[in-house]
Design a protein around this ligand. Structure first.
Ligand code: PLP
Length: 395
């Protein structure tokens, strides 16, 4: 029998490389190998107690049936209120749509907005799913490189330079996965000006918004909503902020027509995210602020520890991240000693010879660098860096 024919659509995309690392680390652990995993794209903290208790209470109360496709009104109201209080920008519950995590909502957003012939701008290094989702919608990702010299910051000047008549949107991600870079307010303002002048949609993925370590507290584009009128869509999630990756709750804040289109798609897709998880998310907003602060402060300590220790290893240089829980050091100085020519090979050697799992920069559109997540305890973090140092010293 001939093999099942798969669609061209799926042939054009690749498997998620970050999930592939997760699987490899899990495989080795199952064999009894003590792997130090710098791969995780999720906080290593437990979901805070009040959130778990709210989920149990929701089940007991019988909130176990279909909900509104846009999400329960209690959650949309709580999200709108949180943003209104945080940024002083009036948000209505009708401007909020809840779905199955930011990843799925971004996927639906791409399907709702883009089609063949459209160009969508991305800055590299980028989160792995952005280009694939654009391609799945039939549109073309246009990738602009950022550099460590400018702290991996996307700039308005770069954005302006690549816009043409087919450019429909720009996707920004601050704090950034994988670099941990955040876009300062002055540059956000300039990016908004270019988007407004060029009539671009600005899609702002703010999933790491709660984890910012610089002078600014938060890094949202929402304060510029009025400048962009109906051209700003903010994407956020409970996954990272509340250590709720498995619960699958994300949301969009955006203009009515865009949300209506995404809702239509969601109505034929997942319908909505789990009712129980939605009630838990309400409790997250109302009762878990202290846990978020604790997580942020712990990530800050680990960031400081990591950046200082990695900077002492010859052949590795690291631009200090200002947000999220990733760092993205340059490891080209190790190529010669390891006898390799790509970061894919460096990562393979790190897991084989030092038993540390990392994600090679090629996955994020930038060879020469490796992503280290610091979502692991300080003790494991130190042990992982020691293993790396021993390997480098042995070369
Ligand atoms: N956006 C970015 C930049 C991410 O890093 C991730 C997860 O790694 C997501 C979106 C997806 O998050 P969620 O769990 O809400 O789907």
């Amino acid at each position: 029998m001939s093999p099942v024919r798969l669609s061209d659509r799926v042939a054009a995309i690749r498997e998620s490389p970050t999930l592939a690392v997760k699987m490899e680390a899990a495989r080795l652990r199952a064999e009894g190998v003590d792997v130090i995993d710098f791969g995780p794209g999720e906080p290593d903290f437990a979901t805070p107690g009040p959130i778990c208790r709210a989920a149990a209470a929701a089940m007991a109360a019988g909130h176990t049936h279909y909900t509104d496709t846009a999400g329960i009104i209690e959650l949309r109201t709580a999200i709108a209120r949180t943003y209104t209080e945080r940024y002083g920008v009036e948000i209505e519950p009708s401007e909020v749509l809840v779905g199955c995590g930011a990843k799925n909502l971004l996927f639906l957003l791409n399907l709702a907005l883009f089609q063949p012939g459209d160009k969508v701008i991305l800055f590299a290094p980028y989160w792995v799913s952005f280009p694939e989702q654009i391609r799945l919608a039939g549109a073309t990702p246009v990738v602009i490189d950022t550099t460590p010299e400018t702290g991996f910051q996307p700039t308005a000047r770069q954005l302006e330079a690549v816009c043409d008549g087919d450019t429909r949107a720009v996707i920004l991600n601050s704090p950034c996965n994988p670099t941990g870079a955040t876009i300062p307010a002055a540059e956000r303002e300039r990016l908004v000006s270019v988007a407004a002048r060029r009539g671009l949609l600005l899609i702002s993925d703010e999933c790491y918004e709660a984890f910012v370590y610089g002078d600014e507290d938060r890094a949202s584009f929402l304060p510029w909503r009025d400048r962009l009128r109906d051209r700003l869509v903010v994407v956020n999630s409970f996954s990272k902020t509340y250590a709720m990756t498995g619960w699958r709750v994300g949301y969009l804040i955006g203009p009515g027509p865009v949300l209506k289109a995404v809702k239509k798609l969601q109505g034929h897709d997942a319908t909505h995210t789990a009712s129980i998880a939605q009630w838990a998310a309400v409790a997250a907003l109302q009762e878990a602020a202290d846990s978020v602060t604790e997580m942020r402060e712990e990530f800050r300590r680990r960031r400081d520890l990591f950046v200082e220790a990695i900077g002492e290893i010859p052949g590795i240089s690291c631009h200090p991240p200002t947000g999220a829980f990733y760092s993205f050091p340059n490891v080209e100085g190790l190529y010669r000693g390891l006898g390799v020519t790509s970061t894919r090979e460096v990562a393979a050697r790190l897991i084989r010879d030092a038993r540390i799992a990392t994600v090679p920069g090629e996955a994020f559109g930038r060879g020469g660098y490796i992503r280290f997540s610091y979502a692991l305890s300080r003790q494991r973090l130190q042990e992982g860096i020691d293993r790396l140092r021993r390997l480098v010293e042995s070369l």
